[in-house]
Ligand binder design. Structure first.
Ligand code: NAD
Length: 262
């Protein structure tokens, strides 16, 4: 590789924090950032066996503030923050997974927003000001194709169920992801002059053991004709977090196999 390309993507000497780093995509984000030379830190409620971890519930303001201090003490000031944590409705079951709007509980709504949206707000508030003081930093908010389109509820239909029992993608998911885009644009302009860039990455669905029927249905909505492989966001994450994207801020990078083009 030429030294020019090395330079664009080199993260040597930078500290990168990924929330939800113990999860499916978080591990990949940490892995590519580490490979590019960054000192990486996994922030999650569960330990990452592979990467240095700080255990914290990002919805808890006091815990986030304490974790931010711990990170600086252990690893140094943070250059890169990836707000990636969210409740994953696919695996957590119940209301949060497929709850219909009419009966969606306010407790679930509050929980989802606390993790997906308030968590990103608190992490940005705990880490961003020091980036601004130092005159450099990158924040990447992990959104979704569902940050720009509504869920197609036909994807989740199950044979034999009454209409009012059909599972749906929960309203909280759309609201959290659309909200993160708002946070992205707000902070991008708020800190632009201070040298902190803030962008969003909107991935499409990753194939990860879902029912074949669901995968087939979703694939027909995607111009590339398939769901993503788990490693297919690594290039986009590295681009957004490195100097390769030095003139990009306030942007939503949609990597969805073309789904939102249709
Ligand atoms: N997997 C996909 O198909 C897909 C598609 C589009 C967008 N996304 C987004 O990408 C991100 C990562 O998704 P994933 O599939 O890796 O999810 P995942 O469920 O595998 O990982 C999420 C991680 O967040 C952590 N987490 C949950 N609550 C937390 C809290 N209060 N404090 C700290 N950590 C907490 C979990 O422990 C978990 O490790 C999410 O924002 C998701 O919405 C995923």
């Amino acid at each position: 590789m030429s030294s020019r390309i090395d330079q664009l993507f080199d993260l040597t000497g930078r500290v990168a924090v990924v929330t939800g780093g113990a999860g499916l995509l978080g591990q990949r984000h940490l892995s590519i950032l580490e490979e590019a030379g960054a000192t990486v830190v996994c922030v999650d409620v569960v330990d990452s066996p592979r990467f240095p971890s700080v255990l914290v519930d990002i919805a808890d303001a006091a815990a986030v503030s304490a974790a931010a201090s711990e990170i600086v003490d252990r690893f140094g000031p943070v250059d890169i923050l990836v707000n990636n944590a969210a409740r994953n409705p696919k695996v957590e079951g119940s209301d949060a997974a497929f709850g219909r709007f009419e009966s969606f509980s306010v407790d679930t709504w509050d929980d989802e927003i606390a993790i997906g949206l308030t968590g990103a707000f608190l992490m940005s508030q705990a880490i961003g000001p020091e980036m601004a003081r130092r005159g450099r930093g990158v924040i990447l908010n992990v959104c979704s194709d569902l940050a720009v389109i509504a869920p197609d509820q036909r994807l989740y239909r199950q044979a034999g169920l009454e209409e009012d029992e059909q599972p749906v993608k929960p309203v909280s998911y759309s609201v959290v992801k659309h909200g993160l885009l708002g946070l992205t644009r707000y902070l991008a302009t708020y800190w632009a002059a201070a040298g902190v860039r803030v962008n969003a990455l909107s991935p499409g669905g990753v194939e990860n053991g879902q029912e074949p029927e669901f995968v087939d249905r979703l694939s027909t909505l995607i111009p590339l004709g398939r769901m993503a492989n788990v490693d297919e966001y690594e290039g986009a994450v590295l681009y957004c977090c490195s100097d390769a994207s030095s003139y990009m801020t306030g942007h939503n990078l949609i990597v969805d196999g073309g789904r939102t083009s249709w």
